[in-house]
Every structure is written in structure tokens, then in C-alpha cells.
Design a binder for this molecule. Structure first.
Ligand SMILES: O=C(O)CCC(=O)C(=O)O
Length: 586
């Protein structure tokens, strides 16, 4: 048995930076946030990059040949848990390494040293809490900082990559993302390093989502889902434990991916609750205190009459949805199949069910709730069937959610939790959240790969911000108002079911019209096919249905601006912000 290592993992996190970024199209946010993340790049043929006579270049491309890869799946592994379960739930977590069964033959490239390695047990103390269901990294990947604590060890990540070692992990994965399952399976036999990279679950997730569309049944892991889709007879009995552990493989990118999938939300991330809560206020109070000034508010008790609150549980929903396919990230799935996935999933960005046509597909769902009185003005309805998507049913497991974004088309929104609970963080329109980088045209947003990664790397920064975010936990039966233009992030703290609607009222009509006529409307506007003409159509339809409304609102807005400028001008004469000092000029 090897030596036991104990050290606080947090120390080594200094090397794990916020470099993992994920770019989403702002416009298509709702569709893309949970979809395949792999940006495609052009690469030379693989063999010319590795400098080896690549076996990959000789294999057949057809995915049906995937079956050849069955011998690549690793032998049975037994977990040896030394610590009690309660220990693994404590703040300092012990992660024990897996062991091979002695009588199993590891593949040729893992024989010898790895048998000895398989005996080794490491204990890692982690400054974060891992979920009680967390398993150690299936291939033994460690953060790069650990390499410097193991003098003499060589990063097998590099030795096994050949000439590719100079590429970043992200780039290696981008290249592997161009391959099909057969090639990934064959590349896995090239070296330990390729074995680890080619087993990276998001690669298989992308393959499943890209090639099988919704035609899959999740099977414990994306890789096995893929394999079993092509070979239903494949023996899955060893599936969830067939992972080889590789010694001395250090990679922040791959480690972070595992960590984010297994991290528990820290209590301090959930503590701050500074939203205004209201119960039983009138519509007029809402309009003048929250909608007009564009401020968030949380309503208690305003959906107590919803049938959904009593009826919506898994059994009811699965029954009424039956064979209907609902939108889940980039694919469509039956609800029962989605729950099968969400029950087993352990990944950092779980697929999120987010369907804009649920009420058309399953009308009873639409009649199980009604729009709360505060949000009944719905000016987009003048467009009839041409209105952009505006209502969604949202279902997801703990850890799923929506990373930072601003709602589409400059609309405001409400979000009602029917089951479960959601942590919300909101920043006003003039404050871009830390770690979030919108492109100047607003079409794309670069942000950390996962919500949990944002918490790990950026939540702390908000402590000292002058403009603190608004935060809350929205429980079942509560409704949050999300004013237009506000950045928001949401994470489900348990399996949650919610309804959200985006709407236009007279308070944000001018904003919406302005947004729809921006020069890059064709890439900014969302939820409709005819993006370029939406402005004209909407404006005309409003004029027809509510003549004079736009002119009236424009006039009111001008008066307001004039009044504001008048107020500001006194201070303009009293201060000189550029000089940073007070100046009196009477
Ligand atoms: O995940 C959620 O429930 C939040 C959805 C959201 O942010 C939105 O509808 O804009």
C-alpha cells in the first residue's frame, strides 16, 4: 500500500483559475445553455499532430463499429471505502481511491506500475464539501498543483500525449470532440493520457446529443449511453464501475470538471437574502414600487390558488405528458426519460428541461396555473401566433440552473416555483456580474463553464462590491419578479419544477421596441423566426390595438428625463467627477 497523502486541497487551487469559460449566445441562451459546449475547430489529421503512426487513421469510421471498442471498457473495479459515510459528508472530505480486483487483467499499458498504484490509497482533504453521493474521480485525475508536491513524479498527461502535450487541455478536448465514438474508443488504447482524455464524459455527452438526438435512454454515464444505443446487447453489468485509475495524471481542467460536478453548495453562498418580500400588495403598489422603478421583488402567497401547486409531482406530470417530447437543452425527451437521466446524473451542467410549447403540447399543464394578477398586462399578445416564445415549464435536478444572462428582447419576467427551491442572484442592468464578459454587441456572453464554478471563483468578489447583488432563495409557492435588463443566475437547490413567463407591459414597452430595432436585431432578437421585422410588426399591432399608447409613453419618458436632468444639473455645477474633488461654481 502506498503512502497516505493528506493535505488541504484548497492550497492547490491557486492553480485552478477561472480560465474555463463558456460562451453562450445571448439570444439563444435558453436553447444553448445546456447543450453541447464543444466549440468546433479546424485541425489537421490527428496522426500528423501526434507524430505517431496513429492507429486512429486506419480505423473505419462507421459508428456501428463502435462495438469493437467493447474491450476498451475497463475491468471491474471495487471501491474500497475506509471511512464511514458520515465522514464523507463532513466539511473535510476523504476521497478514497478505487482498487482493481486482483484477478482482473488491466490493459497492457496499465500493467506493472499500475497494479501497484491500484493498491495505493490517497486521502485528500478538501476545503469544500463534496456531495454525499460524490465518488472520487473515476480516473484519478488530480489538480496540477499536486504535481509540485510529488517531487520526481512526471505528469502522465504529458508523456502520453506525445507532440500534442503542448496543447491546452481544452484544445485537446476540442480536437477529440471532432471524433466519433469508434475513434475515441481506439484512441483510448494509445496511452494512459489518451485513455483519460477520451473518457471525458462531456465528449460522450456531445456525441449522444449530436448523433442520437432524443433517441437515447440514459444509462449511468454518457459513454455507456452511447455504447448501449449502438449495441443494446452490450453487457452493462460492469458499466458504472468500469473505470481505470491512472497514476500521476494532473490537469486542472479535467479536475475542475469533476469537482464542480460533485461540490455541495457552501452554506455561505446561500446565506444572503436581501430581496424585498411582499404578500397581498395591490397591482398598483407593485407597479409604482417595483415595476416602474424596475426593481426585483419576491411575492409570497400569490399562487396559492394554482392547481399545479397541489397536483404537480413526478407521477402526475409523467402521466399527463405521456409520450409527448419536451425540450431538454438541444434535444427532445419524454418526461419519464428525462427523470431517468436526472436521477442518475452527476455532471456539472446537468441538462435542463426548458420547454416553451408545453401548454400547447399538454394543454392541461396550461390550465393548472394562471398568470398572477401583477403580470396580466401582456402586450406581445397583440402579435397572436407571431409572438415570440414567452412561457416555459422548467424542470431540473439539484445543481441544474441558468447561468448569468439577461432575459430576451428586453422583456421582464416572473418565475414561480411549484416544487423545490431555487437560489437567485440578480445584478442591476448597469452592473456586469464578476466573471461575466458580454461582447460589445451583446450577442455573446463568456462566463464560467458552470454555475458552481461561478460560485467557487466569483461569488466571494461580490462581498466587497458597492452595488451588492439582490439574492434570495425562492421556495415552492413563491414568485420572483425579474425586471428587464437585470442579470440573473439561478441554481436549483433540489429537484425543482417552475413556470416562468416573459412579458411586455406599458412600463417596458419602449425598451422592448428599442431593443427590437437595434441594428443587430437579426442576432439579438430571440424566440421568433422573423427577427428583423418583429419591431415593425409589433409597433404596428400596438398602434392598431392601443392607438396613441406609444406616443403617450414617449412623451412621459421625455418629461421624466427632463426632470432627471434638472435634478442632476445642480450637482454638475457643484462637483467635477473627473477631478475627483468638490468644486463650487456659483
Ligand atoms: O432556471 C430558472 O428557473 C431561471 C430561468 C430564468 O432565468 C429565466 O427564465 O430567465
Amino acid at each position: 500500500m502506498g503512502p497516505s497523502l493528506t493535505f488541504p486541497l484548497t492550497v492547490h487551487f491557486s492553480t485552478v483559475t477561472s480560465s474555463r469559460r463558456f460562451i453562450v449566445h445571448h439570444r439563444g441562451y435558453r436553447k444553448l445553455s445546456c447543450g453541447p459546449a464543444a466549440p468546433r475547430i479546424n485541425v489537421k489529421p490527428l496522426h500528423s499532430l501526434t507524430g505517431e503512426s496513429s492507429r486512429a487513421s486506419h480505423v473505419h469510421l462507421e459508428t456501428s463499429k463502435m462495438l469493437r471498442c467493447r474491450n476498451l471498457f475497463s475491468p471491474t473495479i471495487r471501491r474500497k471505502n475506509k471511512k464511514s459515510k458520515s465522514r464523507s459528508r463532513s466539511k473535510t472530505v476523504s476521497i478514497n481511491q478505487n482498487r482493481f480486483f486482483k484477478n482482473q487483467e488491466p490493459p497492457h499499458y496499465l500493467q506493472g506500475e499500475d497494479e501497484e498504484e491500484a493498491e495505493a490509497e490517497e486521502e485528500i482533504e478538501v476545503g469544500f464539501s463534496l456531495k454525499s453521493s460524490a465518488r472520487s474521480h473515476s480516473h484519478g485525475v488530480q489538480p496540477l498543483g499536486n504535481l509540485y508536491l510529488n517531487p520526481g513524479s512526471i505528469n502522465s498527461r504529458n508523456t502520453g500525449l506525445g507532440n500534442l502535450q503542448t496543447l491546452t487541455d481544452e484544445l485537446v478536448l476540442d480536437i477529440l470532440g471532432l471524433l466519433d465514438g469508434t475513434h475515441l474508443g481506439i484512441l483510448a488504447t494509445v496511452s494512459k493520457s489518451f485513455y483519460v482524455f477520451t473518457n471525458h464524459e462531456p465528449l460522450w455527452r456531445n456525441l449522444v446529443l449530436d448523433t442520437l438526438n432524443g433517441g437515447f435512454l440514459y444509462n449511468g454515464s454518457w459513454k455507456f449511453t452511447y455504447v448501449s444505443a449502438y449495441d443494446p446487447e452490450f453487457d452493462m453489468s460492469n458499466a458504472n464501475i468500469s473505470c481505470l485509475r491512472v497514476r500521476d495524471f494532473y490537469s486542472d481542467y479535467l479536475f475542475q470538471s469533476w469537482l464542480c460536478a460533485n461540490l455541495e453548495m457552501k452554506p455561505e453562498w446561500l446565506e444572503r437574502d436581501n430581496i424585498i418580500r411582499k404578500k397581498g400588495i395591490t397591482v398598483e403598489e407593485f407597479v409604482s414600487n417595483f415595476e416602474e422603478p424596475n426593481k426585483p421583488v419576491l411575492f409570497e402567497g400569490c399562487i396559492d390558488n394554482w392547481a399545479a401547486l397541489k397536483r404537480w409531482d413526478r407521477d402526475y406530470l409523467v402521466e399527463v405528458c405521456g409520450e409527448v417530447q419536451l425540450s431538454v437543452g438541444p434535444v427532445k425527451l419524454k418526461l419519464g426519460d428525462y427523470f431517468r437521466y436526472s436521477d442518475q446524473v452527476r455532471e456539472e451542467r446537468p441538462l435542463y428541461l426548458f420547454d416553451p410549447k408545453f401548454a400547447e403540447k399538454v394543454p392541461v399543464l396550461g390550465s393548472d396555473y394562471e398568470v398572477p394578477p401583477y403580470f396580466r398586462e401582456d402586450l406581445f399578445s397583440v402579435l397572436g401566433k407571431e409572438r415570440p416564445d414567452y412561457r416555459w415549464i422548467i424542470i431540473g435536478p439539484a445543481g441544474s440552473g441558468s447561468s448569468f444572462h439577461i432575459d430576451p428582447n428586453s422583456t421582464s419576467a416572473w418565475n414561480a416555483v411549484v416544487k423545490g427551491s431555487k437560489k437567485w442572484i440578480l445584478f442591476p442592468p448597469d452592473v456586469v456580474p464578476p466573471g461575466v464578459h458580454p461582447s460589445p454587441d451583446g450577442v455573446e456572453v463568456a462566463c464560467p463553464v458552470s454555475i458552481i464554478e461561478w460560485f467557487m471563483n466569483f461569488y466571494g468578489a461580490t462581498e466587497n462590491w458597492k452595488k451588492k447583488p439582490i439574492e434570495c432563495i425562492c421556495q415552492a409557492g413563491e414568485v420572483i419578479f425579474v425586471p428587464n435588463g437585470w442579470w440573473h443566475l439561478v441554481i436549483n437547490l433540489e429537484e425543482s419544477i417552475a413556470i416562468t413567463q416573459n412579458y411586455v407591459s406599458r412600463r417596458n414597452l419602449l425598451n422592448v421596441l428599442d431593443f427590437l430595432k437595434r441594428p443587430n436585431a437579426s442576432s439579438l432578437v430571440s424566440g421568433t423566426k422573423d427577427r428583423i421585422n418583429l419591431h415593425e410588426k409589433f409597433k404596428n399591432a400596438i398602434e392598431d390595438s392601443f392607438p396613441g399608447t406609444i406616443d403617450h409613453l414617449v412623451q412621459k419618458a421625455e418629461e421624466k428625463t427632463a426632470a432627471r436632468e434638472k435634478k442632476v444639473s445642480f450637482w454638475d455645477t457643484a462637483t467635477d467627477s473627473k477631478a475627483g474633488a468638490f468644486k463650487f461654481s456659483f
